[in-house]
Write a protein that binds this ligand. Structure first.
Ligand code: HC0
Ligand code: SF4
Length: 577
């Protein structure tokens, strides 16, 4: 242990602790902008600088460890002035139109500037002219150079966690800025649209394309029947920036909000997650039993960030992707083909909206392969953050609303469908039903918990199961594309052998998705949100996708059996398209 003082208070901390964390242990909060634990400890913003007794220069506290006898001052006049000047200089290169910024009220820079009482800036504004106009408006990820504070968090998360290297520094000196790496345009880059750069951005420099007005327009159109689906992971996070407790922020209260917003029918993507299991589980068993090694391992296909990554980095393995569409797309296809018929309306009257924790889903729904004869499966995708903005725009108070049930017949789901939103969930749900298909009876619902992954851990989870009948299935579950790269390289080198692999691009799976709320405390919440999904599964009466009564009715009335001609037409796709 090391003995130090912080503003005169003695404290003992473990060796190697940074000044920032040591101060925290002494109850002193040092402001910072660029620092992100374990990811970005580069002292770029210089807002966290402190004075050390005996040292001539101030030092950044985020990347300097304490030493025995260190006397730290975080609140001297010199510290206060320097911190203020550093923030003023950042503000001089920042577009400070907070009223039109999606991060207003939830922005690290705004907070720090307000806390320091900066009411005017002595430094002249120095913004990049025309920066906004250069960014493509139709791309699902939007970047505003003039909101960027060059903290480099986006670069670090894209490099260290995702290994995709989309962002880099360009220019020199005061003209240094963050841009797409290698002088490329964003559309030419191999950005997979995971959105991790957005959730780790401290300001409004990165955000999703704003599609909320398109949703309001559809709701207002008397010719349209609006059908909305809620993804599994959204329920774990939508209340965070609305100040709701987890007990208040239930999925049924979200259903009530969506009805107050004016959507005609409200459903749960967990229903079509169950449907995905029927199709993907059956497909896996066919591939596995056929023993065609060129088709194995079979990769899950429900994460469009991952599908984009595979197609750009390992195109030779595209055929190993399951042909099953993602639950989002299956839901749209069933809505336009089956639900429209139930309502007795033409599919083109239906406008299908998804609430997703994801940016890549905005692009997935626009793929030319994601439609049937009834038209585009899904018309519009909104992120969790956009849903929150709509709730705020309509001045709804979710806590005062009653919990409301989903509509029928696409509103019933099992616990297996709910855990899709957490890393390992798709695999666990698939194994539960695959076991049933092989043995004609259910396993214990908890039989496959060994596949559960961990957010922000390095590597992947592997497990082997005897599904019965001599079927030993080797599985791997991975989250984060940096980990995925290592897994794929190990498979390519013949170091590991699997039959079925689940990949989710975001750390922790969709619970940590790029469309989820951004929180000012910078805590990674994916693991905590994932636990909530497992708890929901545990208290569900139905825990096996094949036991979902509405799925059974759907097969009876329209699809016949998994993999049938109609199921192929509605629910599967060609990833080469
Ligand atoms: Fe996911 Fe999904 S679980 S990708 O993570 O499979 O976005 O939550 O909706 O489609 O169900 C996201 C979340 C989904 C889909 C489902 C899958
Ligand atoms: Fe989207 Fe989920 Fe994939 Fe992230 S893990 S890119 S949120 S589907």
């Amino acid at each position: 242990m090391v003995n130090i003082t912080v503003n005169g208070t003695a404290v003992q901390v473990p060796e190697g602790t940074t000044i920032l964390n040591a101060a925290k242990a002494a109850g002193v909060d040092i402001p910072h902008l660029c620092y992100l634990k374990d990811l970005n400890e580069i002292g770029a913003c210089r807002v966290c600088c402190v004075e050390i007794e005996g040292e001539r220069n101030l030092v950044p506290s985020c990347n300097n460890p304490v030493f025995e006898g260190m006397a730290i001052r975080t609140n001297t006049d010199r510290v206060r002035r320097t911190r203020r000047i550093n923030v003023e200089l950042i503000l001089s290169q920042h577009d400070c139109h907070c009223a039109t910024c999606p991060r207003s009220g939830n922005c690290h820079l705004q907070n720090v500037a307000n806390d320091l009482g900066i009411l005017e800036n002595p430094y002249p504004s120095d913004l990049v002219t025309g920066a906004r106009a250069q960014w493509p408006r139709d791309f699902p990820l939007y970047r505003d150079t003039n909101k960027c504070i060059k903290c480099m968090r986006c670069i670090q998360v894209c490099d260290k966690i995702q290994g995709v290297h989309v962002w880099d520094l360009s220019g020199t000196g005061s003209r240094t800025r963050v841009d797409v790496s290698g002088n490329r345009r964003i559309k030419e880059s191999d950005c997979v649209l995971c959105g991790q750069c957005i959730t780790h951005c401290p300001t409004g420099a990165l955000r999703e394309r704003n599609d909320t007005q398109r949703a309001f327009d559809a709701i207002a159109d008397p010719e349209k029947i609006t059908v909305v689906q809620i993804a599994p992971a959204v329920r774990t996070a939508w209340g965070e920036t609305l100040g709701l407790t987890p007990e208040q922020a239930t999925v049924h209260r979200m259903a009530a909000c969506l009805r107050r917003l004016g959507f005609d029918y409200v459903f749960d993507t967990s229903f079509s997650a169950d449907l995905t299991i029927m199709e993907e589980g059956t497909e896996f068993l066919h591939r596995y039993q056929a023993g065609e090694t060129r088709d194995l391992p079979m990769f899950t296909s429900c994460c469009p960030g991952w599908v984009r990554y595979l197609k750009s980095h390992y195109p030779q393995w595209t055929d190993r992707l399951s042909t099953a569409k993602s639950p989002q797309q299956m839901f749209g296809a069933v809505t336009k083909n089956y639900f429209a018929q139930k309502l007795g309306v033409s599919p083109d009257k239906i406008y299908c909206v998804s609430i997703m924790p994801c940016i890549a889903k905005k692009q997935e729904c626009d793929l030319p392969t994601m439609h049937t004869e009834a038209g585009k499966d899904v018309d519009l995708v909104l992120t969790t953050r956009e849903l929150v903005r709509m709730i705020r725009a309509e001045r709804l108070h979710p806590e005062a609303l009653p919990e409301e049930a989903f509509d029928s017949p696409l509103g019933t789901y099992t616990g297996a469908g709910v855990i899709f939103g957490v890393t390992g969930g798709v695999m666990e749900a698939a194994l539960r039903s695959a076991y049933y298909l092989v043995n004609g009876k259910n396993p214990k619902a908890e039989a496959f918990t060994a596949v559960r992954g961990h957010a922000f851990a390095q590597g992947w989870t592997e497990a082997e199961f005897d599904l019965g009948d001599g079927a030993i299935v080797r599985t791997a579950v991975v989250n984060g594309l940096g980990n995925t790269h290592h897994l794929l390289e190990a498979i390519a080198a013949g170091k590991v052998h699997y039959d079925f692999v689940e990949v989710m691009a975001c750390p922790g799976g969709c619970a940590g998705g790029g469309g989820q709320p951004q929180n000012l405390d910078d805590e990674e919440r994916a693991a905590e949100r994932g636990k909530r999904l497992y708890a929901l599964d545990q208290c569900s009466t139905l825990r096996f996708s094949h036991e979902n009564p509405e799925i059974q009715t759907l097969y009876r009335e329209a699809l016949d059996a998994p993999g049938s001609e109609r199921a192929e037409e509605w629910l599967h796709t060609d990833h080469h398209g």
